[in-house]
Structures are given as structure tokens and as C-alpha cells.
Design a protein around this ligand. Structure first.
Ligand code: PEP
Ligand code: MN
Length: 337
């Protein structure tokens, strides 16, 4: 169960509540976030909800049978909207577009990408400065200096930055230059990193683990939420299956299901999802029809020269056509509801 507490609940009232939970054999954990104060009750015994709900200091009480609680749509029916400032919002009936290279490479590359994004009214730029690579000999990113260089150019342009943080130790140095922290698929079980991101006041985009289940993705989000950060979005980026003709298997079922199971925005990453440039547009459009609140795609001024993931990266021309089709598809989907 989730018990929403009044902000001014007294220590005495809280103790009485916890005692009452012990009586019905519920174990309780307190959660304080940037927006709310909750007590999470975990237990199985049936109980009369009024015996708890009528106690002083309680704003509301909800039964949530899912293993994850705070990220569940069972208690928060209204979808979450994440506001990045300057009119850039994600979720709740808007389509968020995020685009940029796999890796940040140079000042010139940043400038040409920003120009491309501005021409197409895309307000969020992706790019990696710390890259998890399968081979240690591949390009690993420009690091914090690359992030600063990127920030210098995006700020005046009104473009927001989403980039991957790989280690807890990187958070402090990155935080002033980042609008959304991305947790990569390979870090989906890095619980220290997830705990730490619970303590920051910046939104987090959580990628689904390479072999992670939908339920595990939701539990990972619960880690961040229960550590204090409610501004989370979930990202389907394909999973590993027995299929080998494409890089990953984009699980559009997960997009549709996540939209039902959670109030958090759901973003689709068709670039990593299929890993083959000529199919990225189709999978992106299908993700929107499946219910995605946004799409993140890899774009590059010369994909064949990209330092990483060129094989799945769209040219600016291809991306331009995709944004417009995504917007049209989104309108069509919304007209169905
Ligand atoms: C990326 O976004 O470039 C990336 C490495 O993604 P993932 O963690 O999904 O592989
Ligand atoms: Mn990539």
C-alpha cells in the first residue's frame, strides 16, 4: 500500500501509524521525494483500509498489489509530465523528440547537430560523453570536457541535454551541464548508481536492461523514486533474444504494457532497438502507435563517419523526414482516443 502523508504530519502521528501497520503485520518504509512524503506498506494480510486511512496526518491511502509501488499507475492514474524548463515538456499527451549522435565528437559536430535540431524544432539533444563500448579499443567518449563544450553551445540555443552517466562518481561533475541523466542498458542493475540518482534533482531516463524484463525495469524505476527522485522516464531500447539478423529485438509490446502499468513517460529508442539504419524510421513510427510518449534517435551529419553506431544512425535528411512522420503519426494516434 501507499500512504500519502500530510507535509506537517507530527512524529507522534507517524509513530502511531507505523504501530497500526505493525498490528496488521505490514512492514513500512518512509519515502521523501521532491514532491511528496509517503509511507510504503509491504504485507499480505487483508485489512480494513479505514483503520489506517482515518488516522490523523494522512492525506490519502491506496492499495497497490504490484511489486513496484510508487511508479505504478494503480495509485497515480494521471500520467506524469516532466518539465525540463523553457517550454520543453515530456509526457501527458505530448510527443517528445530527442535526437543527436551516439557520441559527442567535436565542436563542429555539435554545431551542425544543433542547427539541424533547431531547423526541425527538436528541443532535446542526445549524445554520449562516457560510452559503454563492447570493445575496450573503441572510442569511449570525450568525457567531462566534451560535456562542457556541448553545454556551451546548447544553452544559448535553448536545447536540452540528455547524456549517459556511467558511475556514481561522475554525477557531481556532470550535474550542472545535464538536463536529463541517462542510465544505459548495461547499468540497469547498478543499484548504487540508481540509489545515487534518487538523490539528484534532475530527471532520469532509464534504459531497459539488455535482458531485463518489464517488471525489472519498473523495479529499477522504483529504486530511483523511493530514493527521492520522481522525475523518471522509461526507455525501451530492444532486448537480447535468440534473433541475430538485427542488433536487438525492439519490444513494442513492452511500450504498450508499460503505458498501462506506470504513470511515468515511456520513450522508445528505435536506433538501438533494431540497430539497422534503414529500418529505424519504421520502428520509430510503430513505437508511437504502440503508445510511446517520445522517441530518441541517433543522427549524424555523416553517419558513415560516426565514431560509434554509424550503422544505425540517420542522416539529417532522413531524420528530418522522420520527425515530420512521427508528428503526423502522433496526431493520428491521439485522434483515436
Ligand atoms: C546509447 O544511448 O548510446 C547507448 C549506449 O544506449 P544503450 O545503453 O541502450 O545501449
Ligand atoms: Mn549508440
Amino acid at each position: 500500500m501507499i500512504i500519502q502523508l500530510e507535509p506537517n504530519i507530527t512524529i507522534d502521528q507517524k509513530e502511531k501509524l507505523i504501530e497500526q501497520l505493525e498490528v496488521i503485520r505490514y512492514q513500512s518504509s518512509e519515502v521523501v521525494t521532491q514532491y511528496g512524503h509517503y509511507l510504503i506498506g509491504i504485507g499480505k494480510q487483508p485489512f480494513d483500509i479505514r483503520s489506517i486511512g482515518n488516522l490523523p496526518g494522512i492525506r490519502d491511502i491506496h492499495r497497490v498489489s504490484d511489486n513496484y509501488k510508487l511508479v505504478s499507475s494503480k495509485w497515480k492514474v494521471k500520467e506524469t509530465r516532466i518539465d525540463l524548463g523553457d517550454g520543453v515538456e515530456i509526457g501527458q499527451g505530448k510527443l517528445a523528440l530527442m535526437a543527436g549522435p551516439c557520441s559527442i565528437e567535436s565542436e563542429e559536430q555539435i554545431a551542425s547537430t544543433i542547427k539541424h535540431l533547431q531547423e526541425n524544432n527538436v528541443r532535446i539533444m542526445r549524445g554520449g560523453v562516457y560510452k559503454p563500448r563492447s570493445s575496450p579499443y573503441s572510442f569511449r567518449g570525450l568525457g567531462i570536457e566534451g560535456l562542457k563544450m556541448w553545454y556551451e553551445q546548447t544553452r544559448p540555443a535553448g536545447i536540452k541535454i540528455i547524456t549517459e552517466v556511467m558511475m556514481t562518481e561522475q554525477i557531481d561533475a556532470m550535474i550542472d551541464y545535464v538536463d536529463v541523466f541517462q542510465v544505459g542498458a548495461r547499468n540497469a542493475q547498478n543499484f548504487n548508481l540508481l540509489d545515487a540518482l534518487g538523490g539528484v534533482d534532475k530527471p532520469v531516463l532509464l534504459k531497459r536492461g539488455i535482458s531485463g524484463t518489464v517488471e525489472e525495469l519498473l523495479q529499477v524505476a522504483e529504486y530511483i523514486f523511493s530514493n527521492g527522485n520522481e522525475r523518471i522516464m522509461l526507455c525501451e531500447r530492444g532486448i537480447r533474444t535468440y534473433e541475430s539478423v538485427y542488433r536487438n529485438t525492439m519490444d513494442l509490446n513492452a511500450v504498450a504494457m508499460l503505458k498501462e502499468k506506470t504513470h511515468l513517460p515511456v520513450i522508445a529508442d528505435p536506433s538501438h532497438g533494431i540497430g539497422v539504419r534503414r529500418f529505424v524510421d519504421k520502428i520509430a513510427l510503430a513505437s508511437v502507435m504502440a503508445g510511446a510518449d517520445g522517441v530518441i534517435v541517433e543522427v549524424h551529419q555523416q553517419p558513415e563517419k560516426a565514431f560509434s553506431d554509424g550503422q544505425q544512425t540517420l542522416s539529417f535528411q532522413e531524420a528530418k523526414r522522420l520527425y515530420s512522420r512521427l508528428r503526423q503519426t502522433f496526431e493520428l494516434r491521439e485522434s483515436f482516443q
